[in-house]
Design a protein around this ligand. Structure first.
Ligand code: C2E
Ligand code: CA
Ligand code: CA
Ligand code: CA
Length: 278
């Protein structure tokens, strides 16, 4: 038993070692990725359920790594959050998305708000000032910026969060609650938060046709949003059946592969051009 215990310990020590060096490597390579400009933003259309026109876009980060190719955000954002790197990465995202939206407007393309995802760590008291600075630098009017925050962010330290969100709203931008339904917000909080829209999480949308509970939740969130005077947007819409269900039940906006995957700047620009000529 003693022998076994020692083996376990050695195993554990080795495991720790690899974990530590992987984490360090990851930290170093993310830092370098930022310095070497290896992050890219892709843009996914948000579409009006009434007529299928593009009424917005969400910016989604990717890491174009020379060694690993295109790395999805789920593989590095959680780590960046833990390591504190999400703040500089998030600043880059905000600057890039605002500058890009301004460039589309300057090119005479359809004017739409671009949504940026915020990590909980970014939502501190200095954020409103930073956002104001970025809007000024990019000369983008605040009405063309939307911030997506997750439900649980909102719940943590509610008082401070309300103050920060109010300051952000005062700049004139829009705020939506992402992944709605997966967290635990209370209705009274939701009423107090200065938000404009709820985004129904894609896990509910995925199961609309197969699972009565998901269908019921989607309907309930749509009603709830409208009672609170909020817009409601469904994400992860992949087929016509889901689209029909959402339309029949009064959802306002949709986003998903059925209407367009997240695209490079070049592809999204083409999409905006097509939108205008159609
Ligand atoms: P999210 O904000 O909930 O974004 C929606 C995710 O669903 C995106 O994954 C998008 O590509 C994907 N998606 C869109 N339409 C469909 C569909 O029809 N079906 C399915 N199955 N998926 C769809 P992505 O781009 O891999 O991003 C994953 C998550 O990473 C995001 O979830 C968000 O939480 C985070 N993220 C992405 N970009 C940023 C960023 O710039 N900053 C921060 N803090 N987080 C980000
Ligand atoms: Ca989002
Ligand atoms: Ca989401
Ligand atoms: Ca998510």
């Amino acid at each position: 038993a003693k022998e076994r215990g020692r083996n376990n310990f050695q195993f554990f020590a080795r495991w720790m070692d690899t974990q530590v060096s992987n984490r360090l490597e990851m930290l170093v390579s993310l830092r370098q990725a930022l310095d070497k400009d290896e992050f890219k933003l892709f843009y996914q259309p948000k579409v009006s359920i009434a007529d299928g026109s593009i009424i917005g876009a969400e910016a989604l980060i990717r890491w174009q790594s020379p060694e690993q190719g295109m790395v999805a955000p789920d593989r590095f954002i959680p780590f960046a959050e833990e390591a504190g790197l999400i703040v500089p990465i998030g600043e880059w995202v905000l600057r890039t998305a605002c500058a890009q939206n301004k460039a589309w407007q300057e090119a005479g393309l359809l004017q739409i708000p671009v949504a940026v995802n915020l990590s909980p760590r970014q939502l501190d008291q200095s954020l409103p000032d930073f956002v104001r600075k970025v809007l000024t630098e990019s000369a983008l009017s605040a009405q063309w910026l939307e911030l997506e925050i997750t439900e649980n962010v909102v719940m943590k330290d509610a008082e401070k969060t309300v103050a920060t969100l109010n300051a952000l709203k005062q700049l004139g931008l829009k705020i939506s609650v992402d992944d709605f339904g997966t967290g635990y917000s209370s209705l009274s909080y939701l009423r107090r938060f200065p938000v404009d829209a709820l985004k129904i999480d894609k896990s509910f949308v995925r199961d609309i046709a197969r699972d009565a509970d998901s269908a019921a939740i989607v309907k309930a969130v749509i009603s709830l949003a409208h009672i609170l005077n909020l817009r409601v947007i469904a994400e992860g819409v992949e087929d016509h059946e889901q689209y029909n269900f959402l339309r029949q039940n009064g959802c306002d906006e949709v986003q998903g592969y059925y209407f367009g995957k997240p695209m490079s700047v070049a592809d999204f620009t083409l999409r905006l051009q097509q939108e205008q000529s159609s």
